[in-house]
Design a protein around this ligand. Structure first.
Ligand code: ADP
Length: 467
C-alpha cells in the first residue's frame, strides 16, 4: 500500500502528493460548501472595522477580498464537474488554486494590516484576532493540500510578523515595554497556528490513508466474491446435469419398469433417490443464490390471482403433506386479490413456506393453514403451523444464509438453511414484506404482504410486465 506519510517528509511532494486528485476534489468540494460562511465572516469583519476605522479604506481593501472570493467561486464552480480522475485537469485546477490562494491571502492581509496601521495605540487585538481566525480557518479546511495550506499560512505569517514589528519599529521601545511582550505573544501564537495546522494535516492524511485502505479492501473483496460466485456457478452447473440423470435412473429403477427390483434393494434405492433429490435441491438453491447475488435473476412480473397461486402451491405440496400425515387447509380471500408478481418465483416462495411448515410440524400432527387476506390496499398470505416454533432471538438465523435455528447434531429435520434467505430476497424484489410470529412449542405463522394490484395498475404494469 502507498505510504501517504512520505508526502509530509518530502517537501518535493507538497505540491504533488500521492492521492493528489482526491485531495483536490476534497478541497474544491469543501471550498464550495464553505463559500457563504467565508463571505459572511469577511462582511461582518468589514462592517465592524468600517465602524471604528476609516470606512473608505476598509471597504476598499474589503473590495479586493471580495474580488478574490468571486474568483474563487468561479474557479470552484468550473472544477465542480471534474470527476477527480484526469490528472491533467487536476494539475490545471491545482495551478489555479495556488494562484488564487496567493491573491486571496494577500488581499486578506492587506485588509487586516490596513486596520493595524490605523491603530495608533492599545495593541492590535482586532487585526491580530482576524488574522488568527483566518489562519485557524485555513488550517481546518485547507489541510487536504499541505502545499496550498503552507502557501496561505506563510503569507499570513508575514502579516503576523509585520503587525508584530509595527509598533516596535514605530516606537523603538525598551525590551521591558509591553510592546515587546505583545511581539513575543504574537510569535507564540504563530507557533501555535503552525502546530494546529500540522495536526489538521495529519488527521486529513490519516483519513486519506484509511480511505485508500478501505478502497483496496473493497476491491479485493469484490474480486474474491466474483471468483467465488463464478466457481459456485460452474460447479453447480456441472453437478446438475449428471445429477438429473442419476435421479431419472433411480426413479426408473424404483418404478420396476426395468424389471422387478429385489426387495432387499428397495430401501437402498429409495435412500439414494431421496438423497439425490436433496442434493438437487441444494444445487438449485446455490444457483438461485448466485443469481440473486449477481443480480442476474430474471423476474417476469404479471398480474396474478393470489388465490390461484396458493391453490397451486398447496396442490404441489400435497404429496409431501400426505406422507407426513398432515392436512393442509386453505382460506381464500374474497374479492379482487391480485398482485403483480412472477408466478414461478412466487410458487417457489410458497413451496418453501409450506415445506417448512410441514417439516417443522409433528408427523400426523395438527393441520397447516394457508390464509389469503384482502387488507384493502395490501394482500396478505399467511402460512400457519402448530409445530416446533421458533425461539425469540432467532430472526437473523431464520432469514440468514446457510443458517438454521437448530444447527446442532441432534437436529431432526434436514435442510440447507438457504430457503428463507432466498425467499426473503425474492419477496423483496416484489416490493413485498415477509415476517413471522412464532412461539416455541406452539407453532409459527409466516406471512407475506404484497401491494394489491388495482385495476389502473394492472393496465400499466401489464405493459411493462416482462423485465
Ligand atoms: P432449511 O429449512 O433448509 O433449514 P430455511 O431457510 O427454509 O432453511 O429455514 C431456516 C430455519 O428457520 C430453519 O432451519 C428452521 O430452524 C427455521 N424455520 C423456518 N420455518 C420454520 C417453521 N415453520 N417452524 C419452525 N422453524 C422454522
Amino acid at each position: 500500500m502507498t505510504d501517504l506519510n512520505t508526502t509530509w517528509a518530502n517537501p518535493a511532494d507538497w505540491f504533488n502528493p500521492v492521492g493528489r486528485e482526491q485531495r483536490i476534489k476534497d478541497y474544491v468540494d469543501l471550498a464550495n460548501q464553505l463559500a457563504w460562511k467565508r463571505q459572511a465572516s469577511f462582511f461582518a469583519a468589514a462592517v465592524l472595522s468600517g465602524f471604528y476605522f476609516d470606512a473608505i479604506s476598509i471597504f476598499a481593501s474589503y473590495g479586493i477580498v471580495v474580488l478574490t472570493e468571486l474568483f474563487d467561486i468561479f474557479l470552484t464552480r468550473r472544477s465542480k464537474s471534474w470527476d477527480g480522475r484526469d490528472p491533467v485537469i487536476g494539475r490545471l485546477i491545482l495551478k489555479r488554486i495556488a494562484i488564487n490562494t496567493v491573491l486571496s491571502a494577500v488581499a486578506i492581509c492587506v485588509f487586516i494590516v490596513n486596520i493595524a496601521v490605523q491603530q495608533q495605540s492599545g495593541g492590535h487585538f482586532t487585526p491580530l484576532f482576524f488574522l488568527f481566525s483566518a489562519s485557524v480557518f485555513a488550517a481546518m479546511y485547507n489541510s487536504q493540500m499541505i502545499g496550498i495550506l503552507l502557501l496561505r499560512l506563510s503569507i499570513y505569517g508575514l502579516a503576523f510578523v509585520y503587525i508584530a514589528f509595527l509598533d516596535v519599529l514605530r516606537y523603538s521601545p525598551p525590551l521591558s515595554s509591553p510592546i515587546w511582550l505583545e511581539f513575543f505573544t504574537i510569535i507564540f501564537v504563530l507557533y501555535f497556528i503552525i502546530d494546529i495546522a500540522i495536526k489538521f494535516y495529519r488527521t486529513s492524511q490519516d483519513r486519506l490513508e484509511q480511505m485508500a485502505l478501505l478502497k483496496n479492501e473493497n476491491q479485493r473483496t469484490k474480486a474474491a466474491l466474483e471468483v467465488k460466485s463464478q466457481f459456485l456457478a460452474t460447479v453447480s452447473h456441472e453437478l446438475r446435469t449428471p445429477l438429473t440423470s442419476i435421479i431419472g435412473s433411480l426413479e426408473l429403477v424404483k418404478s420396476d419398469k426395468l424389471g422387478m427390483m429385489p426387495a432387499t434393494l428397495k430401501p437402498i434405492i429409495s435412500i439414494a433417490a431421496r438423497n439425490a433429490q436433496r442434493l438437487a435441491t441444494l444445487i438449485e438453491d446455490l444457483l438461485d443464490l448466485q443469481k440473486l447475488d449477481a443480480d442476474e435473476m430474471v423476474f417476469q412480473f404479471k398480474p396474478l390471482d393470489v388465490n390461484d397461486l396458493v391453490a397451486e402451491a398447496v396442490e404441489s405440496s400435497a404429496g409431501y403433506a400426505s406422507k407426513l400425515g398432515i392436512d393442509v387447509k386453505t382460506v381464500f380471500c374474497a374479492g379482487d386479490c391480485r398482485v403483480l408478481g412472477d408466478r414461478n418465483r412466487l410458487i417457489q416462495v410458497m413451496n418453501n413456506l409450506l415445506s417448512n411448515a410441514l417439516k417443522f410440524s409433528d408427523v400426523g400432527g395438527d393441520a397447516v393453514t394457508v390464509r389469503v387476506d384482502n387488507l384493502d390496499d395490501r394482500i396478505r398470505i399467511a402460512v400457519q403451523d402448530k409445530g416446533l416454533g421458533i425461539p425469540d432471538d432467532a430472526q437473523d438465523r431464520v432469514f440468514g444464509r446457510f443458517s438454521q435455528v437448530d444447527s446442532s447434531d441432534v437436529r431432526k429435520v434436514g435442510g440447507t438453511g438457504l430457503g428463507l434467505h432466498i425467499t426473503k430476497q425474492i419477496v423483496a424484489r416484489h416490493n413485498a414484506d415477509i415476517d413471522y410470529v412464532s412461539e416455541l412449542g406452539v407453532g409459527s405463522t409466516f406471512y407475506i404482504e404484497f401491494d394489491r394490484l388495482m385495476d389502473c395498475d394492472g393496465i400499466a404494469s401489464n405493459q411493462s410486465a416482462v423485465a
